[in-house]
Design a protein around this ligand. Structure first.
Ligand code: FAQ
Length: 334
């Protein structure tokens, strides 16, 4: 277990019961660190969310990786490869952060492969054209940033710190998608049409990324009380819509919702009803690509077995050599 040495709660609330120290630290907006006492349910909820987040990053590599060999230029290919690699990196930061809660990466991956842990619904949709790479960057990474910037203030230290770096990288991802779509929308009629079609297909699934509506969100109230989540699903979804509408105008593309309209009284855009049946179907495994994504993930894991074995053998050899040297040095100084 990778433990951070600072134990803010224990130090600052000496004499208080562990439960009281935890509650006081959360109330004071302090960070909970791995060695601090925490309620079992807090630990469980963090593992659930962080694992789901990590799994989303690595499964999320698949839809875009599908276009690496078909990128239209060397520049686009280099950018896309860097982005997909960043996503693998985000998975690593998040699995490492989850390890500080006492759960190993192997265990989490086994649960993903067995269908016992989730990944984001969004990655069960297909990438049909090159413009989908742009739409994913603009909308999917855009939604991810909107959801994740508040997670930089999450009460659990390792998760919050991992999110700082992830958000910086996601912000570059969002810009590359926006720039790609801008290029297409200013291109030929066919390119513009391709960009519009991609936005039409990705808009509604992107809104679903924020999770079910607040009145159907099982975990929000408790996660917000613990300051894991800082805003509700609906608040963040609204924030995302408000950001996207003017950006779509600049892109010269339309969002596929006839009910989108500025509401002067609310100071927000109103938007149409989300198809929650589709969302639930995707969660149940019936989305367009669920089967393909999990099969590919299991295959990649099996094909990578030799790398894990080689790394473990190397680590064992290195550690044996280290012990031998320490013993030799000990004898020399004795
Ligand atoms: N997909 O009670 P709530 C990315 C489940 S990263 C699937 O509201 P919560 C980067 C939820 O787990 C995208 N399942 O849950 C990238 C729960 O089921 P359970 C991932 C969903 O946790 C870009 C049930 O519904 N981001 O995109 C979804 O309070 C491009 C009830 O829901 C994160 O994971 C969904 N969309 O709020 C990579 C961010 N929504 O577990 C590659 C961190 C809900 O009881 C390319 N996570 N469910 O069986 C969060 O902020 C939260 O977990 C929410 C859900 C907001 C996603």
């Amino acid at each position: 277990m990778t433990a951070v040495t600072s134990t803010v709660t224990t130090d600052a609330y000496e004499g208080a019961s562990p439960e009281a120290a935890f509650e006081a630290a959360v109330a004071a907006d302090e960070r909970i660190e791995p060695r601090d006492w925490m309620p079992d349910a807090y630990r469980t909820t963090l593992i659930r969310q962080m694992a789901q987040h990590a799994h989303s990053e690595i499964i999320g590599m698949q839809p875009e990786a599908n276009w690496i060999t078909r990128a239209p230029s060397l520049r686009r290919k280099a950018i896309l490869m860097a982005k997909v690699q960043d996503e693998a990196g985000h998975g690593l930061y998040l699995y490492s952060a989850a390890e500080t809660l006492g759960t190993g990466r192997d265990e989490l991956l086994d649960k993903l492969h067995a269908g016992r842990q989730r990944y984001s619904s969004i990655f069960n949709y297909p990438t049909l054209t090159w413009a989908d790479v742009g739409a994913i960057g603009w909308l999917v990474d855009g939604a991810a940033i909107t959801n994740q910037v508040p997670l930089c203030r999450c009460s659990y230290g390792p998760y919050a710190r991992a999110m700082v770096r992830i958000c910086k990288e996601e912000s570059f991802h969002q810009r590359q998608g926006y720039e790609l779509l801008l290029t297409l929308s200013r291109g030929t009629a066919a390119q513009r049409e391709m960009a519009q079609d991609a936005v039409n297909r990705w808009w509604w699934p992107s809104l679903m990324m924020f999770g079910p509506p607040d009145d159907a969100s099982a975990h929000s109230a408790q996660s917000m009380a613990w300051k894991i989540k800082r805003h509700s699903n609906d608040e963040l979804r609204q924030r995302f819509v408000d950001i996207c509408v003017p950006q779509a105008e600049t892109l010269g593309l339309t969002l596929p919702d006839p009910d989108l309209a500025w509401n002067e009284e609310r100071g927000h855009y109103d938007f149409g009803a989300i198809d929650w049946t589709e969302f639930q179907e995707v969660l149940k495994g019936n989305g367009p690509c669920n089967e393909q994504r999990i099969t590919q993930r299991r295959r990649a894991h099996e094909e990578g077995a030799w790398v894990r074995e080689a790394a473990a053998a190397y680590a064992a050899k290195h550690s044996a050599q280290h012990t031998q040297h320490a013993q030799t040095d000990g004898k020399a100084t004795a």
